[in-house]
Design a protein around this ligand. Structure first.
Ligand code: NAD
Length: 328
């Protein structure tokens, strides 16, 4: 097969997986298999830049806003994250960020990579007024009524100096215990169980009937600020602390770390803690802490240059199974 055909075939394969995962909330292969094919395509495109397709899955955010929901245009695009799969690649990422700074030993904000789906939530004058899914990064689905039912998310912020407009971004996910209970309830009722907590969260959030969403054990953690007016600290870690002070839920595992070894130690420590966490994580996200340096580093097509996800190795042997009875 020619390289051009191979690129075409891998792109189509990924598009199909994207449709099943993002639109139907029913993946047909484990994430590790998806990631393997994605990396294969990235490598071929890097080796053959003239063959890069304009609509390649490596150049865009994977989702789609379904027309059954009202559409929301994001004022700032909601992007994906680049991935690394080994310590050497993480070190390269850190070195590239360090090169753009005049300071010695830049700091990184390190966060668990929550395994759910991204949402943008807008507070006006401290009140939750709109929530949307990421969709294709530009346009998401209006899921305000469903998000309002998430129990750990405040409808009203508290504290001082809350911006009149504040968009928080974070992950809607399902606690492991809630997921097990929900699947038992579904199978007892003769209904189809969800493949994993990520798909359960996505399927529950993207319900037209907010009563169904309200009955599902969804939770939310913030990990970023989108648009806002007023003043916010110039540090990712300090921003997370500020969101927490306004009553927004954030993961207790977020840390600010300087130096390569500290970053690798965090990965090791959270890998060991992972089975005991109440929620699923599929890796660690490393973000340049200094927001001004983030702006200098900027973005590539689908992801910021100032952040990367270091994914955990797949937990099980990768097998493609029909009708999605696999664990990831
Ligand atoms: P991603 O999941 O690799 O990374 C981006 C996402 O990470 C963000 O949108 C956000 O939702 C999430 N995230 C969690 N914690 C975060 C934090 N602390 N800070 C910032 N973001 C955080 O990228 P993606 O574009 O959402 O999805 C691609 C991945 O989804 C693939 O690598 C694959 O694992 C999976 N996928 C699987 C299939 C399949 O068929 N199995 C299909 C499509 C995608």
């Amino acid at each position: 097969m020619s390289i051009q055909n191979e690129i075409q075939q891998l792109s189509e394969q990924l598009e199909n997986y994207n449709y099943q995962y993002y639109v139907l909330d029913e993946p047909s292969v484990p994430d590790a298999e998806y990631d393997r094919i994605f990396q294969q395509l990235v490598t071929l495109e890097e080796q053959n830049p003239t063959l890069l397709l304009a609509n390649s899955p490596t150049q865009k955010v994977g989702g789609l806003a379904l027309s059954k929901f009202e559409q929301v245009t994001h004022q700032l695009p909601m992007l994906s994250l680049d991935n690394v799969f080994e310590a050497a690649a993480l070190k390269d990422f850190m070195a590239r960020a360090q090169d753009k700074s005049t300071q010695a030993n830049i700091a990184f904000c390190i966060e668990p990579k929550l395994d759910g789906l991204a949402a943008s939530i807008i507070y006006e004058n401290g009140l939750l007024v709109q929530a949307a899914t990421r969709g294709d990064g530009q346009t998401g689905e209006n899921v305000t009524e469903n998000v309002k039912t998430i129990k750990n998310l405040p409808l009203k912020l508290r504290g001082d100096n809350i911006p009149d407009l504040l968009e928080v971004r974070g992950e809607v996910f399902m606690l492991k215990a809630g997921f097990d209970k929900l699947n038992k309830k579904l199978t007892d009722a003769g209904e189809k169980a969800f493949v994993n907590p990520r798909n359960a969260a996505a399927g529950s959030l993207r319900q037209l009937d907010s009563k169904v969403a309200a009955s599902r054990p969804l939770a939310f953690y913030c990990y970023a600020v989108g648009v806002f007016d007023g003043e916010l600290p110039n540090s990712q870690f300090a921003r997370i602390e500020q969101l927490k002070a306004w009553g927004l839920p954030v993961s207790e595992e977020v840390k600010k770390v300087t130096g390569e070894q500290g970053c690798l130690d965090y990965y090791q420590a959270i890998s060991e803690k992972r089975p005991d966490l109440a929620y699923e994580i599929d890796g660690v996200v490393y973000k340049v802490d200094d927001v001004a340096l983030q702006q200098t580093l900027g973005f590539v097509a689908r992801a910021p240059r100032w952040a990367t996800a270091y994914k955990f190795p797949a937990e099980e042997a990768v097998t493609i199974v029909e009708n999605v009875e696999f664990q990831v």
